[in-house]
Design a protein around this ligand. Structure first.
Ligand SMILES: Cc1cc2nc3c(=O)[nH]c(=O)nc-3n(C[C@H](O)[C@H](O)[C@H](O)COP(=O)(O)O)c2cc1C
Length: 374
């Protein structure tokens, strides 16, 4: 193999999936002098060497010393990972001998290595493997890493969280959020790649948001009146179904509605629907909330067995000086003469003033902080 000063070696290793920032999971086969030691190992590319952390608690740690030879094997055969961990050795896979050292017979590619350096750290030893030779057994071999499957797994759990959140099922949302946390932890252990870490953080924060929201919303009464405090980042013109084009000013818009039915028609179902970005656009408010610049910052909710939305809406106009955001918005079926059920309340946060309006009307407001998220 070309001397390690050559970029060619580094290029070859990158091509096989090794990276300086992400651990690749390979099978180490090391000739210890007392037979071959086999185990899975995470390695990163450091210059044109491959680097691993070997924990002091492992059997491998006892064997480590410079100039030992062996191989790092790329394989997707689960038995190569399973058997060394569960049985301490390979049972069903063959180890083959070669002049450069032992290797796994059935793998996709082999990098023959020599231990160049062992550095003692606190809980582990840093081991630098110098590549000596290469066998490529399959077309396009690629060393697996844990960051990618863990990220995909976290995303799958998140999609299931959204599904259960729509039904306001707290327990499955909490159980799935635990799984998301575990996957995100795996991503953070497996890679330093900022693209992965940023995506993992975003997935986690959405999962945590759902846990908070579903817990908060699940404890709400079944029927009642609510005001969505919607923050709009900039002046916008949007299309609102049959209303046509509507101009909306940056700042706070208040959408008041009531939910007096059961299940999806009750308060919980309605509020979860308002907070889900992914849904079939039906109500006027759906057109606004699908915009990236618009989000529900706070929910104000109160129990009520009767339709109170128009009373609250009118009081918000009188007491906050809120004005219709767009004439007719959300009030197509209003029989109390409301000019709109979406009101513009200006640029400063109106939450406390809304609470006072609810209280004056004899309602007990409950606040849920939603904040900006997808
Ligand atoms: C995918 C995978 C990656 C691993 N990576 C490492 C590693 O980088 N460093 C390490 O010390 N142990 C690592 N292990 C754990 C060792 O493989 C494990 O301790 C060993 O196989 C069991 O032998 P032991 O009885 O000596 O611990 C890894 C295990 C798996 C399944």
């Amino acid at each position: 193999m070309v001397e390690d000063s050559s970029g060619l070696l580094r290029g070859l290793l990158s091509h096989l999936g090794f990276s300086p920032r992400t651990f690749s999971e390979v099978i180490l086969v090391l000739e210890t002098g007392r037979g071959a030691h086999v185990q899975p190992l995470g390695v990163k590319l450091k210059g044109s060497s491959l680097w691993a952390r070997v924990f002091k608690s492992t059997r491998l740690h006892e064997h480590l010393r410079p100039s030992l030879r062996g191989s790092l094997n790329i394989t997707y055969d689960p038995r190569a990972f399973f058997e060394p961990v569960i049985h301490g050795r390979l049972l069903s896979l063959e180890i083959r001998e070669s002049p450069l050292g032992p290797y796994l017979a059935s793998c996709d590619a082999v990098i023959f290595v020599e231990i160049a350096e062992v550095k003692e750290e606190r809980a582990f030893s840093s081991v630098f493997f110098k590549p000596l030779g290469l066998i490529i057994e399959r077309e396009h071999p690629l060393a697996p890493n844990r960051a990618f499957p863990a990220l995909v797994e976290a995303l799958v759990h998140l999609t299931r969280i959204r599904h259960h959140a729509r039904a306001c099922d707290v327990q499955p949302v909490e159980d799935l959020a635990k799984k998301v946390r575990a996957c995100v932890e795996t991503v953070r252990h497996a890679t330093e790649e900022s693209a992965y870490l940023d995506m993992a953080s975003e997935i986690l924060s959405e999962a945590e948001r759902w846990v908070y929201l579903v817990r908060s919303i699940a404890s709400l009464p079944e029927k009642g009146v609510y005001t969505l405090v919607v923050r709009l980042g900039k002046d916008m013109e949007i299309r609102v179904g049959a209303l046509g084009k509507a101009k909306l000013m940056a700042g706070y818009h208040l959408y008041t509605g009531s939910a007096l039915g059961k299940g999806p028609l009750g308060l919980k179902g309605r509020l979860i629907r308002h907070l889900s970005r992914i849904k079939k656009v039906f109500w006027h408010i759906d057109y606004l909330l699908r915009e990236q610049e618009a989000y529900v910052e706070t929910l104000i909710v109160a129990e009520s067995q009767f339709k109170k939305e128009c009373e609250v809406n009118k009081a918000l106009m009188e007491e906050l000086g809120a004005v219709p955001s767009v004439l007719g918005f959300g009030s197509s079926d209003c029989r109390s003469g409301c000019p709109a059920h979406l009101l513009y309340a200006g640029l400063s946060r109106p939450v406390e003033a809304i609470e006072r309006v609810y209280q004056r009307l004899g309602l007990k407001p409950i606040l849920i902080e939603v904040g900006r998220w997808r």
